[in-house]
Design a binder for this molecule. Structure first.
Ligand code: MGD
Ligand code: MGD
Ligand code: SF4
Ligand code: MO
Length: 872
């Protein structure tokens, strides 16, 4: 029904970040997709970032799970589904509904999510369904509900374009919401928007900042309390709007008690911030994980919301607080009630009238009557045997949860674990009894909601590989086999959407903000043609912004300001003297199951690393590119040292993306403190106390191979190349026989070309077969210095000049590390253009080299390269 002729592009939505860009995907006759931005989609108007542009490179069959597996053997669907239904039913019969749990994901489509939630809360009768959104958006949800009485994002993307001042707090928008960042950057060019970045780290986002506040980690609540006190001092509290608010005077009292010193900012920086924010009526405060992932994240959210409420700067064009969501359907998950403490359609699990309404609508046999376990507590319950059957869908908690090693052990020790994923070999799937092959982006139909409440279709563009099935179908099959076939009898995603829309009408009648009942009767044809739209869509409300009218969703109709007492961060000890910050890189998505398949996405940053301030590095005797061993009370990681003053002293940063498949000792989640925010249950993933030491490597290595590399040493990190793979290696003990080691590593039996310099401890090996470079290994007692891009381009080819020297011959250019992933332009090429051709603007570089002219994700980096290397 959705498969169109291969030459016609199909409108769909990007499966990565919460910007929710529209994509035109054109299936190719021989398989695969051509990807373009959808010029008509209101999130991106044709733009795509580098991850979206590279989607076509990630839809192959490599690594895909094609059949269900039970205990490692292939099995049929009936056997696997019967087994799950039987194990869940037996466990519930013996130990009650709360002995089972689902752990799901903000990357599920709304229809998948709706079915999971219905099965657990309405039919199993427990609320033990939680989601990776607990690690992501829970503090925003809790903050919204405290302030507004509902989980409502008041504003729209265009507010960032209409504002005079945009504040980005704990958000690296340039890398994490690149198209929204580009929209902001473009608006700033035309209207001179003031941009303020609040982040302890100097990120790529600071490229467009008029002011960067590198505040003391965790001091955001203090900063926004100081702002609230200043708002009051300047007489900017809007009396008419404040009449609709509770809690103003308590919030002001708390704000006035806050000391500026706790932010660690200079007086002049702080004054500039207060001046810019208060003097711009059109101000938007965007916030993300630097706020949410904190032991007092909900208070920080409310400290921000307080300032917008007090001034009435909310819900009008160009103004408001804006929680940007991470995952493509973080918002949809909240709408269907995917969190353990919510019901469908923003209804409340603890409200009997709400419960009765949902139960009646579903004709559900036993409704959950109390909130279920939140992620961290859920895996504790798995560990101590309270949860005996667990189904993990579309998320990889063995990597992404705090205290990840402990979580992995808990999963491994659980009586029964099912995992649904596109890939059968993730760190989590490896631990499951049953692994189910799910269809992924491009293969499934449904809807997602982006950060501005816009619901868009994701459309099937490719056939399901092997026996893979849609998540909603798998869940519905299990629901039927557990005895509820009538309630789970849909035959298409469209029918589920219609049911969800009808339920939202019931919710809307109870006062819920989420009401899309206009679509309650949607037909399959209309669902196919569905255009992106903003919720709500009902007889009484159509899209638009919320709260400008001062009407909120608390029972008394008022909004609420919260008195926030800023919590100082946990003190550091002598044993663990550093505070580890964690987050994302530009070109990878979480645990890299998809972006890791694309060589160009792997070339920007190909290895796990630790950003360390130069003085810290010197004090620890850690040279650039050496390896650091990082220990916390919870685990250990080994990371490449990147010395940079982008981070503050004592506050190193590490990205989160590497796994057992890509760099087993670079799993940063293993280090992370499981402390949670007491209100939202969200973990404080941005501040773990750690100790850092040099990793005692006896040797370092770098390898390339046309076939997959299977390293077995203390440290390794693997990445895809256009013609094979590369790996960084290191070990504490030097092998006797490097040739034997190399043959094992590459699975080759021919003899390599060998260059050895015993005095300097260098060994270089190259395997050449039929005149082509098959594999090469470079070993050194120090971090291996050679041109990785040169070796990568020589791999699989017959040009062997300079291969064993590790650098190109004089006639060949060396690109260096990749900056522009779209056109493959490396750092050396850009620097040469800057220093020898005098090209000193991003536009001039773009014209000469094309770098930065497609998706634009690398423009901040090009700009900073130019700035750092400007000819005298
Ligand atoms: N390229 C890419 N984009 C993504 C993702 C991805 O994996 N890769 N994931 C998506 C998802 S799910 C999410 S949730 C979003 C996350 O998007 P962001 O929240 O923008 O990304 P992070 O890198 O997690 O963290 C943001 C910043 O918080 C800062 N920070 C740390 N501590 C503090 C603090 O105490 N105060 C303040 N003010 N800032 C602090 C960090 O230094 C970091 O730069 O990104 C989405 N987009
Ligand atoms: N230290 C630290 N930890 C963090 C964070 C941090 O900033 N610091 N950020 C947290 C945040 S905000 C987030 S959102 C999480 C993300 O963490 P995860 O959710 O664990 O990461 P993903 O790699 O996105 O996992 C998605 C999984 O679903 C699979 N998949 C993709 N599409 C489908 C599908 O359609 N169906 C099914 N069944 N499977 C599919 C993928 O192959 C992959 O295995 O990490 C959290 N962990
Ligand atoms: S900004 Fe990039 S990752 Fe996010 S939705 Fe758009 S194309 Fe996808
Ligand atoms: Mo997230």
């Amino acid at each position: 029904m959705n498969m169109q002729a291969p030459t016609r592009p199909i409108r769909t939505t990007c499966p990565y970040c919460g910007v929710g860009c529209g994509v035109l995907a054109t299936p190719l006759a021989g398989g695969g997709l051509v990807i373009e931005g959808d010029p008509d989609h209101p999130a991106n108007f044709g733009r795509l970032c580098v991850k979206g542009s590279a989607l076509g490179e990630t839809v192959g069959l490599k690594g895909r799970l094609l059949t269900p597996r039970i205990d490692g053997r292939e099995a049929g669907w009936d056997e696997a589904l019967d087994l799950i239904a039987r194990r869940f039913s037996e466990t519930i019969a013996r130990h009650g509904p709360d002995s089972v749990a689902f752990y799901v994901s903000g990357q599920l489509l709304t229809e998948d999510y709706y079915v999971a939630n219905k099965l657990m809360k309405g039919f199993i009768g427990s609320a033990n369904i939680d989601t990776n959104s607990r690690l992501c958006m829970a503090s925003s949800v809790a903050g919204h509900r405290r302030a507004f009485g509902s989980d409502t994002v008041p504003g729209l993307y265009e507010d960032l374009e209409q504002a005079d001042c945009v504040v980005l707090v704990g958000s690296n928008l340039a890398w994490c919401h690149p198209v929204l960042y580009q929209r902001l950057a473009a608006a700033r060019e035309t209207r001179g928007t003031k941009v303020i970045v609040i982040d302890p780290r100097r990120t790529a986002t600071c490229d467009i900042a008029d002011l960067h506040l590198a505040l003391a980690p965790g001091s955001d609540a203090a900063l926004f309390n100081l702002l609230l006190a200043e708002i009051d001092r300047r007489g900017l509290i809007d009396p008419a709007f404040a009449a609709n608010l509770d809690g103003l005077s308590e919030a002001l009292t708390a704000a006035r008690a806050t000391l500026p010193s706790s932010t660690g900012l200079m007086h002049s920086e702080l004054q500039r911030f207060l001046q810019l924010w208060t003097s711009s009526e059109k101000v938007v405060t965007v916030y993300s994980q630097g706020i949410n992932q904190s032991d007092s994240g909900t208070d920080k959210v409310n400290a921000i919301l307080n300032c917008h409420l007090a001034t009435g700067r909310i819900g009008r064009p160009g103004m408001g607080p804006f929680s940007v969501t991470g995952q493509p359907n973080a918002m949809g998950g909240r709408e269907v009630g995917g969190l353990a403490n919510m019901l469908a359609c923003h209804l409340e699990i603890e409200n009997p009238a709400h419960r009765d309404a949902v139960q009646g609508f579903w004709a559900a046999p036993r409704m959950a009557s109390k909130p279920g376990l939140k992620a961290v507590d859920m895996f504790r319950a798995v560990e101590d045997g309270r949860i005996k059957a667990l189904w993990i869908i579309c998320t990889n908690p063995a990597v992404s949860m705090p205290e990840a090693d402990r979580v992995a052990r808990a999963i491994a020790g659980c009586d029964f674990v099912a995992v649904s994923d596109m890939f059968g070999d993730t760190d989590t799937a490896r631990l499951a009894h049953v692994v189910l092959p799910a269809t992924g982006w491009a293969e499934k139909d449904g809807t997602v909601t982006n950060s501005e409440r816009r619901i868009s279709r994701q459309r099937r563009t490719l056939a399901a590989p092997g026996q893979a099935r849609d998540d909603w179908r798998i869940l519905a099959e299990v629901g039927s086999r557990m005895g509820w076939s009538d309630a789970f009898a849909w035959s298409s995603a469209a029918e589920i959407f219609a049911e969800h829309a009808a339920l939202s009408g019931v919710a809307g009648a109870l006062g819920s903000d989420f009401d899309i009942s206009d679509y309650a009767g949607i037909t399959a044809q209309d669902y196919d043609r569905l255009q992106p739209f903003l919720w709500p869509q009902s007889a009484t409300r159509k899209g638009g912004r919320f709260f400008a009218d001062g009407r909120f969703h608390h029972p008394n109709g008022k909004g609420r300001m919260i008195a926030v007492a800023p919590m100082p961060p946990q003190p550091l000890s002598r044993e663990y003297p550093f505070r580890l910050n964690t987050g994302r890189v530009r070109d990878h998505w979480h645990t890299m199951t998809r972006t890791g398949l694309s060589p160009r996405l792997s070339r920007h940053l190909a290895e796990p690393y630790l950003e360390l301030h130069p003085e810290d590095a010197a004090a620890l005797s850690l040279a650039p590119a050496s390896l650091a061993q990082v220990d916390s009370p919870y685990g250990r990681a080994i990371l490449r040292v990147l010395v940079t003053d982008r981070v503050a002293r004592g506050h190193p940063f590490a990205p989160i993306h590497w796994t057992g498949q890509t760099a087993p000792s670079g799993r940063v989640g293993a280090l992370i403190d499981p402390t949670i925010d007491p209100v939202s249950g969200q973990p404080a993933s941005k501040s773990t106390a750690v100790v850092i030491r040099p990793f005692a490597a006896a040797w370092y290595g770098f390898a390339v191979s046309t076939r997959d590399i299977a390293p077995d040493c203390d440290y390794w990190a693997r990445a895809a190349l256009p013609t094979g793979y590369q790996a960084e290696l290191a070990g504490c003990q030097t092998p006797q026989d490097w040739i034997g080691e190399a043959k094992r590593l590459f699975g080759l039996c021919s003899d390599p070309l060998l260059v050895q310099d015993r005095q300097r401890g260098l060994t270089r090996l190259a395997f050449v077969e039929e005149g082509q470079l098959r594999a090469a290994l470079f070993i050194s007692p120090d971090p291996v210095a050679l041109s990785r891009s040169h070796l990568a381009s020589a791999l699989g080819g017959d040009c062997l000049s300079g291969v064993l020297a590790g650098r190109p011959g004089q006639d060949q250019p060396d690109e260096g590390a990749l900056v522009c992933a779209c056109f493959g332009v490396g750092i050396n090429t850009i620097l040469k253009a800057v220093t020898t051709q005098g090209l000193i603007s991003v536009e001039a570089i773009g014209e000469a080299l094309r770098a930065g002219t497609n998706c634009g994700s690398c423009r901040p980096e090009i700009k900073s390269l130019i700035r750092a290397h400007l000819p005298a």
